[in-house]
Design a protein around this ligand. Structure first.
Ligand SMILES: CSC[C@H]1O[C@@H](n2cnc3c(O)ncnc32)[C@H](O)[C@@H]1O
Ligand code: ZN
Length: 432
């Protein structure tokens, strides 16, 4: 039997330009929001009432790029540039990861994300069946994709391609539809051109979007020019990548012409400010991308290059750093930053049913405790959510109409067990 909830006395961040916050009611029927408004809705007989006094309801936050299992490598290899970090620290350790390691690393991240208000995340990794299992158990929504690195003999390339295709085919729509899938060449510098073309063909065959890292560092762009005679955007365009819906992670180093190409092909971008700052990769041209009409969302990247999964921090960084580099205080206004962490997140993942508090959308939402010093005075809740709030303010979380966090406690995952097993998994990696 589907449940009906009536939330009353709440402040709801609908994020409309004219009236971003509504004080009143929200009705949830089954997995969907069926009403948000100031007046008490009709047809609420049999609904369970939830008192939202002192709570700010936001759409669940959407993390559009990451590698959840890398929580096991948090703090292992800090303060390094991308290529050194990957080649000398991450890849040697990841080569030792078992399926079990991926399960516990991902569960640790799911716990951190859910308790911090993230309801949907994209994950690009290996042993993806384990990631799918965590998503099923945690109740989260996720876009999952087996990332493939093609710097290996042809038979290994083929095996990885087959794995990526089988995973994308078998898991799309799983977990009551909360899981969707994509196809992911890791990057233009780790996948030879003919391999990328095969992955594009697979995406066509499965009717799925593509996801890849691109133009994260200046050195990577230069290497692309040296190896292939063109910058990464032209390279991916030539290989047919943008003939599919595509989400790019990072896209830090772009020319004006490249931004136009991305806009023309409706390519979406996951901006990862925390990771880009920590790896000293640079600062993406977000105001220019937004102005050109590109959908820009936010991601944490993996927990080993961030080093947390706090989407409030990414939202705040997006609002702050572009003001700092441009000298324009309106470069990314607060409401735009919050949209990047919610509505634009859904759009960049090609999901049309989440990311907003509106009738017809999936009931993926969070309740933040506003009865705290840093939420006063009650001037502008959007401003407070962006410039003052943090993950510890999240009291309750619902995904697909089901409550998964209550009073700050995760209802779906055994926190103590997950923390214990993740620590053991890390110790196991060190001893192998
Ligand atoms: C093949 S699975 C994903 C792969 O990506 C690596 N990774 C993590 N963070 C980044 C990043 O910022 N740029 C490029 N690659 C990254 C991770 O270590 C996995 O090997
Ligand atoms: Zn990444």
């Amino acid at each position: 039997m589907s449940r009906k909830w009536l939330i009353k006395n709440g402040a709801f961040a609908v994020l409309d330009a004219n009236k971003p916050v509504i004080h009143g009611y929200m009705l949830i029927e089954g997995d969907k929001i069926t009403y948000v408004g100031e007046e008490r809705p009709e047809g609420v007989e049999g609904a369970e009432t939830f008192d939202g006094k002192g709570l700010l309801f936001l759409p669940g936050l959407i993390n559009t790029h990451g590698h959840a299992a890398m929580s096991l490598l948090r703090g292992y290899g800090d303060d390094l540039a991308l290529q050194v970090w990957l080649q000398e620290k991450m890849w040697p350790m990841e080569a030792k990861f078992t399926s079990e390691d991926v399960y516990w690393g991902t569960a640790l991240s799911a716990l951190e994300m859910l308790k911090g208000g993230t309801t949907t995340f994209l994950d690009m990794y290996d042993h993806m069946d384990q990631v799918g299992k965590v998503v099923e158990e945690s109740g989260m929504r996720a876009v999952l994709t087996r990332g493939v690195i093609g710097l290996c003999p042809p038979e290994v390339q083929q095996q990885k391609l087959d794995e990526a295709v089988a995973f994308a085919r078998d898991w799309n729509g799983k977990a009551d539809g909360r899981i969707t899938t994509m196809i992911s060449p890791h990057s233009p510098y780790t996948c030879p051109p003919d391999y990328i073309e095969k992955l594009v063909q697979a995406a066509h065959d499965l009717n799925l979007p593509l996801h890849t890292h691109m133009s994260e560092t200046r050195a990577e762009v230069q290497q692309n020019v040296d190896d292939y005679g063109v910058r990464p955007v032209q390279h991916l365009l030539n290989l047919g990548v943008f003939s599919r819906p595509t989400l790019l992670a990072h896209a830090v180093h772009l020319t004006d012409e490249e931004i136009e190409v991305l806009a023309a092909h409706k390519v979406t971008v996951s901006h990862n400010p925390g990771s880009n700052l920590k790896l000293a990769s640079g600062i993406a041209r977000v105001p220019e991308l937004l102005k050109a009409g590109v959908v820009v969302s936010l991601g944490t990247d993996g927990p080993a290059s961030n080093n947390n999964l706090d989407m409030f921090e990414e939202i705040r960084l997006a609002a702050l750093i572009h003001k700092g580099v441009s000298g324009d205080p309106t470069a990314v206004p607060a409401r735009e930053a919050l949209l990047m962490g919610t509505d634009y997140g859904a759009k960049s993942l090609f999901l049309d049913n989440t990311g907003r508090l509106a009738a017809g959308m999936k009931a993926d939402f969070i309740a933040v405790n506003t009865e705290q010093a840093h939420f006063l005075p009650r001037t502008d809740y959007v401003s407070h959510a962006v410039y003052s709030a943090g993950p510890k303010d999240v009291e309750h979380v619902w995904v697909d109409g089901k409550q998964v966090v209550r009073n700050g406690e995760c209802l779906t995952l055994d926190e103590e067990r997950v923390r214990f097993e993740a620590q053991s998994a890390f110790e196991g990696l060190l001893s192998r």
